[in-house]
Design a protein around this ligand. Structure first.
Ligand SMILES: Nc1ncnc2c1ncn2[C@@H]1O[C@H](COP(=O)(O)OP(=O)(O)OP(=O)(O)O)[C@@H](O)[C@H]1O
Ligand SMILES: [Mg+2]
Length: 338
């Protein structure tokens, strides 16, 4: 773990005063640096022109630019200095019970906005409260927020950010302009990775960049993290696709083949042997499921009913694993079912 954060010799390392994870170092500083998400960025830029922001709700999978976008937007509205006094950021690690939120919001909203006449930025006369990871707030806390949002709407705008929009209560969601953040397309991820690799002086051949975007599943944060980990492991050597799959915990295709064959053999001993091999090698069962799923979808030899049965069972196993069930038993259970 330590090696991940160790500064490496190289141009960037020498000029970098602190140990900064690349995901932070390469966080977009303005709206133009946000990769992909063109629709969202276009609409937000329009609202910037009038500087009249509605309440916002950003939702979508991890590492797609939600937090970065609101921070970039705030920077363009207030400028890097003024932004500090105009933004209140509360995330899941802060205490966010009803009373605390009400109290914090009230105190923040009550202090009048400082004079901004000398600023070169639009500096609208309201503040922004960012509630990151809002889907982890209790329903009660969300309900209490409805009133707070209305009471202080003259002085503040809220930006709720979450992964699962269905976990935001409807009355709250309906008060906001909603923006969906999509998983990033391979080209966007690859372009950004090439940029990071170039600036950091990482020897990262095209096939490695391709592997990085494959294993990241549209999550740019993950892709950049893997690149930094791989680079810190093999500083002066080229980063190979194998290093990436190893860091990402990707299960080798051969093992997935064995599992599929064991399932098709309909013999318990075969299944047990294949599952034991996976468990002994320490692969995560969720990752195995994910790759089995991808394999089953494209398998031309399986009938539609076989596929749908397997998918149903995979769904159940996935839910059990997320709830904390035993990995070994879940894989056995899945593959021992004909
Ligand atoms: N669209 C994007 N454009 C440029 N960089 C991005 C983008 N999405 C993610 N990144 C990179 O990934 C890092 C994490 O992004 P960010 O914090 O915005 O993700 P998020 O959508 O808020 O994820 P989460 O749901 O996990 O909070 C950023 O610091 C940046 O380096
Ligand atoms: Mg975020």
């Amino acid at each position: 773990m330590n090696s991940f954060f160790k500064l490496q010799p190289g141009a960037a390392a020498r000029t970098e005063p602190a140990i900064v994870p690349w995901v932070e170092k390469y966080r977009p500083k303005n709206m133009n640096e946000i990769s992909a998400q063109e629709d969202t960025v276009a609409v937000l830029k329009k609202t910037l022109e009038s500087a009249n922001l509605p309440h916002l709700l950003f939702y979508g999978p991890p590492g797609t630019g939600k937090t970065s976008t609101i921070l970039a937007l705030a920077r363009e509205l207030y400028g890097p200095e003024m932004m500090k006094s105009r933004i209140l950021e509360l995330n899941a690690s802060d205490e966010r019970g009803i009373d605390i939120v009400r109290e914090k919001v009230k105190n923040f909203a009550r202090t009048t906005v400082s004079d901004s006449s000398a600023s070169n930025y639009p500096c609208p006369p309201y503040k922004i409260i960012i509630l990151d990871e809002a889907d982890s707030m209790t329903t009660d806390a969300q309900s209490a927020l409805r009133r707070t949002m209305e009471t202080y709407s003259k002085l503040t705008r809220f930006c709720l950010i979450c992964n699962y929009v269905t976990r935001i209560i409807e009355p709250l969601a309906s008060r906001c302009a909603k923006f969906r953040f999509k998983p990033l397309a391979d080209e966007s991820i690859e372009e950004r990775l090439r940029h990071v690799a170039e600036v950091e002086g990482v020897n990262c051949p095209p096939e490695t960049i391709k592997t990085l975007s494959d294993v990241s599943g549209g999550d740019l944060r993950k892709a950049i993290m893997f690149l930094q980990s791989a680079h810190s492991l093999y500083v002066s050597e080229p980063v190979t696709p194998d290093t990436i799959t190893e860091i990402a915990g990707v299960v080798p295709e051969q093992i997935i083949d064995n599992l599929m064959q064991a399932w098709q053999s309909k013999k318990y001993q075969e299944v047990e042997k294949a599952v034991n091999a996976v468990v002994m090698a320490g692969y995560s069962a969720i990752q195995v499921l994910l790759q089995l799923h991808e394999r089953v979808i494209v398998d031309a030899h399986l009938s539609g009913s076989d596929k749908s049965r397997l998918m149903r069972n995979m769904g159940k196993a996935d839910k059990c694993l997320v709830d904390g069930a035993d990995e070994h038993l879940q894989l056995l259970n899945l593959l021992a079912q004909a």
